[in-house]
Design a protein around this ligand. Structure first.
Ligand code: AVJ
Length: 362
């Protein structure tokens, strides 16, 4: 474990003694110019010193609710209740994604690590770190001491990930980044050979403009010895796709409608969950599942602190989440134009899910 990271917080005395050590230690992860942007706010967890760039979640909600169609940024789904619901979705028989990806990781982690000789693993999204176990195990077996640095906006997620790493992988130096993905990966030293890991088909949440921005920024932050492992859900039989987002227990409906509870809390708005229903389906033109909230009665939605309101008419829809389904070969081809060269492709026997490995091309 990173004991110097802990030392800076324990007492005044160790603060004086440990501070210089702490700086040399963490500079293994951050590029020297970016080191000063970060401070430890928790043992082994860094935050931006000046987080003014952080978007106000309430403003994000209003900005997209006035768009046409009305829509929401996916991150609002993951308040505490939403995160719990998502964990339960991952266990649903209809929701094959998590299970399938895990099985591929279990089988292929050694090959992935052999193909990507790195000293650091940066995971976008901390999750529970359990899905990363196989990779971490293979990395430690092949290379011994390693930096593991998850980036996440959820502090509880990072802390759980840190505790999991501490309890299971004494060889790992944990450096969590409490930040947005792009703020996190832009600070990492491009000279440190790093495997960036983006699992769970989370990339499927991104609309076209955030997709392009994300890969431009990530590729730009990557050094010549860096790799990207991307987990994506594939195009398949429409019934299988649609059932994964319309489960018989109604958990997905709860997960999607819960966002309005969160928004009421964030903005003081008056969305009435009893007057809306969940609807979802596959849109073949956009190759994505679309998840909507539909109003079952005309309602006036007001945002008192913004002096704003709109009428949500009966049967009108708010696009709460999208989940893109990918053609793996086409995606590999597309990412070449972001200077990412495909070097390996791992899938399951049904070809439902893919792990794509890329190298930064110079
Ligand atoms: C976390 C974005 C991968 O799109 O499958 C699951 C989210 N939403 N059921 C997905 C989700 C409804 C999930 N991702």
């Amino acid at each position: 474990m990173n004991s110097t990271a802990l030392a800076g917080h324990s007492s005044c005395f160790s603060f004086i003694v440990a501070l210089p050590m702490q700086k040399t230690k963490s500079s293994a992860l951050f590029s020297p110019a970016n080191q000063k942007l970060w401070r430890l706010t928790q043992p082994s967890i860094w935050s931006l010193v000046n987080d003014a760039s952080q978007d106000d979640p309430a403003r994000s909600v209003l900005r997209t609710l006035w768009d046409q169609p009305r829509w929401l940024e996916a991150y609002h789904l993951y308040d505490d209740h939403g995160s719990n619901l998502f964990e339960r979705i991952c266990e649903l028989p209809e929701y094959y994604l998590t299970r399938t990806e895990n099985a591929i990781l279990e089988k292929e982690s050694a090959s992935i690590i052999s193909a990507a000789p790195v000293r650091c693993i940066v995971e976008l999204g901390a999750g529970s770190a359990k899905k990363t176990t196989h990779l971490l195990k293979a990395q430690v077996a092949h290379r011994g001491k390693t930096i593991f640095s998850p980036i996440d906006v959820s502090l509880p997620g990072l802390m759980a990930s840190r505790d999991f790493a501490r309890d299971n992988f004494p060889e790992i130096e944990f450096q969590g980044l409490h930040a947005r993905y792009e703020d996190g990966f832009s600070s990492i030293d491009p000279n440190l050979p790093t495997l960036f890991v983006f699992l769970g088909s989370t990339i499927g949440n991104f609309n076209p403009s955030s997709f392009v921005r994300f890969f431009s920024q990530l590729s730009n932050a990557m050094g010549p010895d860096d790799f990207l492992l991307l987990g994506v859900d594939r195009i398949k039989d429409v019934d299988i796709l649609e059932r994964a987002y319309a489960d018989s227990q109604g958990l997905t409906a709860q997960f999607i409608l819960n966002v309005f509870q969160n928004i009421n809390r964030l903005t003081g708005s008056n969305f009435d969950l009893a007057q809306m229903r969940y609807d979802s389906g596959f849109n073949p033109e956009w190759s994505r599942i679309e998840m909507y909230a539909v109003s079952t009665a005309a309602q006036e939605i007001s945002f008192p602190s913004f002096g704003a309101y709109f009428r949500w008419e009966k049967d009108d829809r708010i696009l709460v989440e999208i989940s893109r389904k990918f053609d793996a070969l086409r995606l590999q081809q597309q990412l070449r134009f972001f200077d990412l060269t495909p070097i390996a492709h791992f899938t399951d026997s049904r070809e439902w899910f893919s792990l794509l490995l890329f190298r930064k091309s110079s």
